[in-house]
Design a protein around this ligand. Sequence first.
Ligand code: P70
Length: 469
Amino acid sequence: MNVPQTMGQQFGRRSWAEPWKIKMVEPIKMIDRPARQVALDEAGYNTFLLRSEDVYIDLLTDSGTNAMSDRQWAGMMLGDEAYAGSRNFYHLEDAVRTYYGYKHLVPTHQGRGAEHLISQALIEPGDYVPGNMYFTTTRQHQELAGATFVDVIIDEAHDSQNPHPFKGNIDLAKLEALIARVGAEKIPYISLAGTVNMAGGQPVSMANVRDLRALCDRHGIRLYLDATRMAENCFFIQEREEGYQDKPIAAILKEFCSYTDGAWMSSKKDHLVNIGGWLAMNHEDLFEKASNLVVVFEGLHTYGGMAGRDMEAVAIGIEEALQDDYMRSRIGQVRYLGELLSDWNIPIVQPVGGHAIFLDAKRIYAHMPQSAFPAQTLAAELYLDSGIRSMERGVVSAGRDPQTGDHRYPKLELVRLTIPRRVYTQAHMDVVAESVKAVYDARHAVKGLEMVYEPAYLRFFQARFAPIR
Ligand code: P70
């Protein structure tokens, strides 16, 4: 007879649990399959166009979907909604200085607001911006400012099965080759993200950022960080990099940031809030330009599009996000789902990253050409099976080449099951895993999609599709 085992026992250790308990709940319901078919047709087979009420377990994104703590909610009541000089801004500025270590802070409504400011402030038309794999909004703002984005991530990152522990690292040889080709003066800054979203939430090592700093100093190039999921990146450094096992995540973050010149941030991820972001920097010239641009595009430089209460929640969230036991449960939950799927031989990006499980749609639908949008198809099939919402991260997200106008066919054709922070339970993860298995088992009957409407910018948000019959 099979003896039931707890999660810890299954992995040969004592179990551990989240360092919080639930004080408020939000009901969810599942509509039946015919109703899901109607909803999917109406949404043009695009999970971004579904109504959230028609979704059972929402793994579209970890962005702004976090559960705030009682301390954060209490902080919301202390919002100083003054137009200028809100005390919550000074609390936020203090938190960023304390935990990230940058000198100046420019608040924005969310991450892309900060991407807009840094791109407009630093990029001249004809420039090149190297980075560790593109991110959709980041690259879009760099291109709108006139730059060409150049991917200089290590090759291992483009291989979904490669077990490299720091698949987010920049390949310094690729970067040197670009500098030799275009000249350092054509590179306004290096765009370094930790963790790398499109690669599967993969981390950058401390050794890599240290080497990058030295390279940047040699060539006089600035190094700016997309710190959106940098706290999660620091968990992996603590776990995998020699000399960091006994260092708290907060100390690792401070050291990592010290090698960079500043950062932009979507607080909607790491900071455990529903809205917010910022740009922070040590360079005075960027501070001056960004503080001026922010009043045109976001709001006054002491709120940048956030309410006072939102800035308070971010300030408190920064501190909570850096607690080691919180982070263990956060990454542990993602890993739990990944281990179930791996054990069932369902192809996912390895190693499991920080914020999501990425299903390898190219392998799952090996019979389907990439032009039939395998990842978009897989996301639709998952929704039909169980009401779980996921996100395409493949050819639709990659968009078109601005020069040739052709689809960009990325090596990675993935579906992201993104886990919101402090929101779902282990039982939800079991339901998700079983649904993925059911869709995987039925993979041979599926033919793919064609695109019937395509918007000009960031097409994945609003494109519409129909099944190939
Ligand atoms: C996601 C979200 C946002 C994001 C990010 C990184 C590494 C910047 C931003 C922008 C939301 C999203 C965005 C585009 C397409 C799909 C989803 N990522 N850098 O779900 O921040 O959203 O606050 O403007 O991941 O991954 P913001």
